[in-house]
Design a protein around this ligand. Structure first.
Ligand code: HEM
Length: 338
């Protein structure tokens, strides 16, 4: 009798404990989502540093087209074959990181949307690549869309051959200022670009002003990369900081204020390079040609902390672009609708 009572008491007690910890457990589960994403991103960047820049770009390419809805991850949709989805868009050349998103999704299951995973992973990549200097909080609760269109991605994402007025107009459509355009372009401090995205800069007939010594060093390097990568369209590192000393010296790069040992680090070195005409993309260089944008370029070159803070704020704004559309779900696989 006594024993039974004790057991019953224990059962009631454990039920109370269970109820009491329920909200805390739910909060911990929320914490685990962010912890799991961070852990997976950390592991992946350790194994392949190129994944970091890829994740930051994924945030832009997902959220710019239809808002943050995971649409960039779809391999097909009910209304589109693989040739018609965002991944197939010309402007999405080189987009990568999908396997890591899949791996994170496999760990988190149905409770978390693919759209949330994209922005959380991008946030962690920015924190890791900036060595902890770019951090920001994000809300979760995004839902996944069911539409993904290559044509929409090509119509919506900016192109590397855009003039500054087109870049400004593209950002204004999403309610982003010229300053935010300049801030976010600083992401091109990290990662790579295909030759086809900057070949206009190496052709005298189409070139926008580019430092001639840098252009010559770049042309030589690109030829070597074609052999190394066994392709006519190799990928080149964006940042002259990340090139070896031979390349930097041949270009006459003035590294004052740039930490040349911080290879692969997300910092304000993009602005040092742009203001010396030593950047790959026309769309990066043309920021110099706009009065408003060029003022921001020198501000961010001269004040790393200001750029880091503004980059974090602009990434939050980007990660919060609301999903457009009428049908949403939490996808089971990030690559297909349920
Ligand atoms: C302003 C207009 C922009 C244009 C025209 C542009 C264009 C490009 C192009 C052409 C590439 C190289 C693609 C290739 O050939 O492989 C690239 C890569 C990249 N972009 Fe942008 N981009 C812009 C804005 C942004 C923004 C807002 C972000 C993020 C905040 C971003 C982050 C990146 C990153 C990190 C890479 C390297 C990706 C990797 O290494 O896998 N870009 N971008």
């Amino acid at each position: 009798m006594k024993l039974t009572r004790a057991v019953a008491g224990a059962a009631v007690l454990s039920l109370c404990v269970l109820l009491a910890v329920q909200p805390a457990a739910a909060a911990a589960a929320g914490g685990n989502v962010e912890g799991t994403v961070r852990e997976e991103v950390q592991k992946a960047i350790k194994a392949d540093p190129g994944v970091g820049p890829a994740l930051i770009r994924l945030v832009f390419h997902d959220c710019w087209v239809n808002g943050c809805d995971g649409s960039v991850l779809l391999d097909t949709t009910p209304s589109n074959s693989s040739s018609g989805v965002e991944k197939a868009a010309a402007n999405n050349i080189g987009l990568r990181g999908f396997e890591l998103i899949d791996a994170i999704k496999a760990k988190l299951g149905d409770a978390v949307s693919c759209a949330d995973i994209v922005v959380l992973a991008g946030r962690d990549a920015a924190a890791i690549l900036s060595r902890g200097r770019i951090t920001y909080a994000l809300k979760t609760g995004r839902r996944d869309g069911v539409v993904s269109s290559a044509a929409a991605a090509d119509a919506t994402l900016p192109q590397s051959t855009f003039e500054v007025s087109q870049l400004k107009g593209n950002f204004a459509k999403k309610n982003f200022t010229t300053e935010e355009l300049v801030v976010l372009s600083g992401a091109h401090a990290v990662g790579v670009s295909h030759l086809s995205s900057f070949k206009d800069r190496l052709n005298a007939a189409t070139a926008t002003p580019i430092d001639p010594s840098y252009a010559a060093a770049l042309a030589r390097d690109v030829e070597a990369l074609k052999g190394q990568q066994n392709t006519t369209d190799p990928t080149e590192r964006f940042n002259i900081r990340d090139m070896d000393a031979g390349f930097r010296n041949a270009s006459g790069f003035d590294a004052t204020g740039v930490n040349t040992t911080a290879v692969g680090v997300l910092d304000n070195s993009f602005y040092h390079a742009t203001l010396q005409n030593m950047v790959l993309l026309k769309s990066d260089w043309v920021l110099r040609t706009d009065g408003e944008a060029s003022g921001s370029l020198s501000d961010f070159r001269d004040d790393a902390a200001k750029w880091e803070a503004e980059f974090a704020a602009a990434m939050v704004k980007l990660s919060n672009l609301p999903a457009e559309g009428t049908r949403f779900e939490i996808r089971k696989s990030c690559r297909s609708t349920n």
